[in-house]
Design a protein around this ligand. Structure first.
Ligand code: ARE
Ligand code: CA
Length: 456
């Protein structure tokens, strides 16, 4: 029942992985706002261990908002710039654990040892699991191990304790004070749902939270346990869509084992899966764009586009200066996926005109029903009744596909080729609708999409 589903984030989001606050702030005004993005997911903003790897962000040393991505002032300025551009900021909240590193000085100068973080936590605030020889999670079929042992050796907070809960809630409340709209709850699977619920209950009612609970076959802890708290990332979505693209066989979604649409945040890939088991990533160029377009055309879930940087070493962080600050990159000139990228180069998906075109398409589709798709060879397409039509050809040869539609006859702008087109077909790419069908001529790897109101 929708009454029991907490309010969540809506509209199209973008994960801007390892992007400095100044860079996101600039792009909110130049790119995200104009393209119609509703929200941006940032990397974790708190103080972390030092190092060149991207994943230092996921080892908190303190909750001081001072990191390789910028200072608290820069963070606050970014949030302000984004809000002014109509873009909400969702911050990645790393609250299950602190460091795995044994001792050191954090990015902002805080000296720590594992289990002792000045002003925040001491040894009694951690689980110190004895279920495995080294205290690390070994068996994901054990609820107790997953929630009270250490995720890859990260000091596991006792999130059942009142002190830990109020300390975490204090940090999140501070971020809300800086203007963030809500949170991604990192490693939520590793905290009892009741602990996460208790922490979220200390925040203003209706604060959007998206729990990261990776759906795993045979595991006792599933995303459904967390939907009473807020939304969850539905990992099954990309696992269904991605392989269809690489196999060149698109089908109507079955959506077996998916949370209800209102609870789902969906993606093609994220910062873990592009280094792991994602079928489609930036390396796949046109197929990556096709996957994003099909996700944005869907009537299921809240979509988040992923935008990271190219890498050959999965541990490598983005370019940083001598002080360890990430230098960032500008995406203003990026119009679409590139055939190849240098290591450390931004992929810039948020700036692709086809993504902006699909956000316009999605708005035009509104709540219209997704009709069953049609296929011819590898080409596949579907209509959102009377509002918008998309077609994609993941195959290796050109194909012509007629998609039944109730759109009025006419010549429509292809928003994939040319971007947003409410003012006419900017680049001249068009699709004909006549006799109740939209006829798409698609090259191998091509996606095309048309919507009501954009004719040329
Ligand atoms: C790094 C090194 C490790 C080292 C560790 C401690 O890579 O080799 O042991 O530091 O020194 C990120 C990186 C990690 C990194 C960590 C800390 O991905 O590589 O470790 O930061 O710096 C599980 C969790 C899920 C988690 C994934 C990665 O359930 O929550 O593992 N994802 C989030 C973030 C990550 C982040 C963390 C959590 C930690 O998105 O980026 O780690 O804050 C099955 C299960 C899944 C499981 C998955 C992988 O699919 O169903 O639940 O995901 O296997 O084990
Ligand atoms: Ca835990």
């Amino acid at each position: 029942e929708s009454a029991s589903i907490p309010a969540g984030i809506t509209g199209v989001g973008v994960e801007m992985f390892q992007r400095p606050w100044t860079s996101i702030g600039t792009e909110c005004g130049s790119t995200l706002g104009p393209a119609g993005f509703s929200w941006v997911l940032t990397s974790p903003p708190q103080e972390h261990i030092t190092g060149t790897q991207w994943w230092t962000s996921y080892q908190p040393v303190s909750y001081t908002v001072d990191s390789k991505l910028g200072t608290e002032q820069q963070f606050a300025d970014m949030v302000k710039a984004c809000r002014a551009a109509g873009v909400k900021v969702i911050a990645d909240a790393v609250i299950n654990h602190m460091t795995a590193q044994g001792a050191g000085t954090g990015f902002a100068g805080t000296a720590f040892t594992k289990y002792a973080y000045p002003g925040l936590y001491g040894p009694k605030d951690f689980h110190h699991c004895t279920l495995t020889p080294d205290g690390s999670i070994q068996d994901y079929t054990s609820r107790a191990q997953v929630q009270t042992c250490e995720l890859v050796g990260l000091a596991d907070l006792d999130t059942a304790s009142a002190h830990v809960r109020t300390t975490i809630a204090g940090y999140l409340t501070h971020l809300l004070g800086l203007g963030v709209a809500g949170f991604r709850i990192d490693a939520a699977k590793h905290m009892a749902a009741e602990d996460v619920a208790a922490i979220v209950a200390m925040l203003p009612k209706g604060t959007p939270v998206i729990s990261e609970v990776i759906r795993g076959a045979e595991e006792p802890i599933q995303p459904e346990e967390y939907t009473r708290i807020g939304q969850v990332f539905e990992f099954a979505y990309a696992r269904e869509l991605g392989p269809q693209l690489t196999a060149g066989v698109l089908m109507d979604p079955a959506r077996a084992d998916h949370v209800p649409s209102a609870s789902a945040v969906v993606f093609v890939d994220n910062h873990d899966t592009e280094r792991g088991d994602a079928a489609v990533t930036y390396r796949d160029g046109p197929l990556d764009l096709m996957a994003d377009a099909l996700m944005l055309a869907d009537d299921y879930g809240t979509p988040v586009v992923y935008s990271g940087y190219a890498f050959s070493d999965p541990d490598a962080g983005p370019p940083q200066d001598a002080s360890g600050h990430v230098t960032g990159w500008e995406c203003a000139g990026a119009t679409g996926p590139k055939a190849s990228y240098a290591d450390g180069e931004g992929v810039c998906a948020e700036a692709w005109k086809s993504i902006a075109g699909m956000i316009e398409w999605r708005d035009a589709a509104g709540a219209a029903e997704r009709r069953p798709g049609v296929s011819k060879g590898a080409a596949y397409g579907f209509e959102r009744t009377g509002r918008a039509v998309i077609a994609a050809n993941p195959g290796s040869s050109p194909a012509t596909l007629a998609v039944p539609t109730t759109l009025p006859a006419g010549t429509y702008c292809d928003v994939i080729a040319d971007g947003p087109s409410m003012d006419g077909c900017a680049g001249g790419a068009t699709v004909r609708v006549s006799d109740g069908a939209a006829t798409f001529d698609l090259d191998a790897g091509q996606t095309a999409a048309i919507h009501l109101g954009a004719t040329g």
